[in-house]
Design a protein around this ligand. Structure first.
Ligand code: GAL
Length: 715
């Protein structure tokens, strides 16, 4: 903790035998910790990174966002309950990477890491006990136990108010939807139950405003992760059964057809055993792994290997990892306890020498979330009753497992001063510093977009991948959505050919090309090129995530907190500083788009829109549902096929309106982590109404950008 200041110590006055201690401490600028009773041995904060200093970015706040003494704690059978008074006008967001809900008032939220949502209870790949209020504060429960929130959804008995008068014209419901479909009792209380504890720790994040709450949370977590520049390019994951020859053919397809591709992912077939994992190259498919890695790297791809942590008895790791594993298996594999130094060392050393040092650029860490709770014989994860050598139990480990695994593996790259960019299937609190994106087997396009919107409340990156589709429009609309997200990935793990050549799985397997595959391929190429053009802009957005804590992808409500019209918008989002995305979902080509106050420009036509109202927008499949904010300098790079350490991007700066503020681009050695030691430049682009100027500030000697052209495109 940089500047921990002890504010006050409270002792609740209770009969001596029942006294439960309660303390309030200001632990970081604008962050307060409340401890009630005796929390347990393992808390999520035990595993988090050191907070970053917020003082340069955020105004100091000297008092909590509300009176923290108004929070009532009590012990109950089997757990601890906290009750927080709230306003009837307050709205709530967050709970991690929620899938099928956005506004959280009036709901019960159950926090469980799970690969399937199982209704709309609150479960998910990165379900978290952390919500944000529209009044500009955040509440985080520092626990890995099952936690239940009632978000002002349960009214309490009140005998003091005037009693209502019942009339004789009451509404009698005749359907169960009418009968049960509404929230019955209004409430001005949020209640939180942590099951199985003797104490509770809350962290309260101040603002002012919701965006500042998120900035404080991200700083407190250790700062938002900066991906390597190549991580923002295009990723393709090849079919799980492909051998070396087939993977190389896939790689050549991209290069021969001039479709940019930076990252190639191998799926389970690279290993001798994959469910559970041996972590050993399958020599039938890859006879000479070192030579294969070199060939792929020489073509400019960064290789990513799929795995999960459950270690198969045939693995060279098995005997040594077994003693640091829990007492149950998953797919007959040992489950490493990544809290123990032994598991970290054994698992880490093996991966470092066998893969990191041999040129593997990243991993996809799969299956770290518990499986379906609703289908009793599909629960493949370790059980709640599992015991781990560190002393943590199965319930807590199910929440933390993904995060601990991610951290163990990502640390190997940090140690080697290499930038990386992982795919991970689960995450938990304080994950902002992990250079990783979450993904899912779920596939609703609308949910994928909502997750994109929600990711900004969670300190995680979300990647709405493309796999197969049912028709051409759906293919293109999904491609557009992945172009406009934290990671652009096509997951072809069960496809022989990229989906734009054949989106039907059965025909894809027979390598039957679509009649218009060339046209679809051209559309895919255009979108991937556009993604490559956006790299400088996206990289700057991620640099702000690190330096200022501002989520690169976020709900409109974070940028426009005073605009009541955006409070419920879960299908539009901000990408970086000045791009508003409004994806067309389920093949649609027409939708309502709300533009906040101010002027906006259609990215495709430069048509000007007056904000503060909604429009019905129609766009062809060649047009991207993107609007640019007035007074923006938008740099677009000439698209490269892939990024190398020598890459210099040639930029055209597009001017919308009359920007008076300089745009700051981030420039550094984008393959290592020297930026953390201060080695970088801010490249300032300014426009004076007639011409543009470029100023560099910083001590990085290399050059990543050359500014070639300035042009006014929207005025
Ligand atoms: C799933 C994962 C997919 C793919 C598959 C391979 O769990 O979500 O993306 O990697 O495993 O078996």
């Amino acid at each position: 903790m940089k500047n921990p200041v002890l504010l006050l110590l409270l002792s609740i006055v209770l009969p001596v035998s029942m006294a439960v201690s309660q303390t309030i401490e200001n632990v970081a600028p604008g962050v307060w910790k409340i401890v009630f009773g005796v929390p347990e041995k393992y808390l999520p904060t035990d595993f988090k990174e050191t907070p970053l200093n917020t003082t340069k970015t955020l105004a100091a706040v000297d008092k909590p966002p509300f009176n923290l003494k108004d929070i009532q704690f009590r012990k109950a059978a089997g757990g601890v309950i906290a009750a927080l008074p709230v306003d009837t006008s307050e709205q709530f967001y967050g709970f991690g990477l929620q899938t099928n809900s956005f506004q959280q008032r009036g709901k019960r939220r159950e926090i469980r890491i799970s690969s399937w949502v199982s209704g709309n209870l609150g479960f998910g790949h990165a379900s978290m006990p952390f919500y944000i209020s529209s009044k500009g504060y955040g509440v985080l429960v520092n626990t890995a136990r099952n936690t239940v929130f009632y978000m002002a959804s349960k009214g309490k008995l009140d005998t003091t108010s005037a009693r209502p008068i019942a009339g004789d014209s009451q509404h009698i419901a005749l359907t169960t939807v009418d009968l049960y479909g509404k929230q019955h009792s209004l409430s001005n209380e949020v209640s939180i139950t942590v099951n199985g504890t003797e104490g509770m720790e809350l962290y309260i994040f101040g603002g002012p405003g919701m965006l500042a709450v998120m900035q404080r949370y991200n700083f407190f977590s250790g700062g938002g992760a900066l991906p390597p520049l190549w991580g923002l390019g295009f990723k393709y994951r090849a079919k799980a059964t492909f051998n070396e020859k087939q993977v190389l053919e896939t790689a050549n397809y991209f290069r021969d057809n001039k479709i940019p591709c930076d990252m190639l992912g191998l799926e389970p077939g690279w290993q001798t055993h994959s469910y559970s994992c041996s972590f050993v190259w399958n020599k039938n498919n890859f006879p000479d792994p070192d030579a294969f890695i070199s060939k792929i790297n020489e073509k400019g791809f960064k290789l990513n290997l799929w795995e999960h942590a459950y270690t198969h008895p045939s693995s060279p790791l098995f005997d040594s990892i077994a003693k640091y594993s829990c007492d149950y298996t998953v797919w007959t594999g040992a489950v490493p306890d990544f809290i123990t130094a032994g598991a970290q060392r054994i698992f880490g050393n093996y991966h470092e020498t066998q893969f990191v040092k041999k040129g593997i650029s990243a991993f996809k860490l799969d299956e770290s979330d518990a499986a379906d709770y609703l289908v009793a014989d599909m629960e493949w994860s370790f059980p709640d009753i599992a015991r781990f050598p560190s002393g943590i139990d199965g319930i807590q480990m199910r929440q933390l497992f993904g995060s601990l695994y991610n951290k163990t593996m990502i640390d190997l790259y940090h140690k080697n001063n290499k930038r990386t960019w992982f795919d991970v299937r689960s995450s938990y609190l304080f994950a902002a510093p992990y250079p990783a994106v979450l993904y899912s087997d779920m596939y609703s396009h609308a949910d994928f977009v909502r997750m994109t919107v929600n990711s900004g409340f969670a300190g995680v990156n979300w990647s709405p991948e493309l796999r197969e589709t049912s028709n051409e429009a759906d293919l293109i609309r999904r491609l557009q959505t992945i172009t406009l997200s934290a990671q652009m990935v096509v997951n072809g793990w069960y496809l022989d050919l990229p989906p734009w050549l054949q989106y039907d799985v059965k025909k894809n397997e027979k390598r039957e090309l679509l009649p218009n595959h060339k046209q679809l391929e051209e559309r895919a190429r255009k979108l991937i090129n556009l993604r490559m053009s956006l790299l400088p802009y996206l990289y700057a957005a991620f640099a702000r995530y690190y330096f200022e804590g501002i989520p690169p992808v976020r709900a409109l409500i974070l940028d426009y907190p005073n605009d009541a019209n955006v409070a419920a918008i879960d299908d539009q989002y901000m990408l970086g500083e000045s791009i508003l995305c409004a994806p067309f979902i389920d093949s649609a080509s027409t939708r309502r788009v709300y533009l906040p106050k101010g002027i906006w420009y259609d990215f495709n036509t430069n048509k000007k829109y007056e904000g503060g109202r909604s429009y019905t927008i129609s766009m062809s499949l060649d047009e991207l549902p993107v609007f640019i904010k007035d007074n923006t300098i938008l740099p677009l790079a000439n698209p490269e096929q892939f990024i190398t350490s020598q890459t210099v991007l040639n930029l055209t700066c597009n001017i919308y309106g009359t920007p008076t503020q300089a745009l700051q681009l981030f420039e550094d050695d984008h393959f290592n982590n020297d930026y953390k030691q201060g080695v970088y430049n801010w490249v300032q682009l300014s426009w004076n109404g007639r011409k543009g100027t470029v100023t560099r500030k910083g001590n990085y000697k290399g050059r990543l950008y050359t500014i070639k052209k300035w042009q006014v495109v929207g005025s």
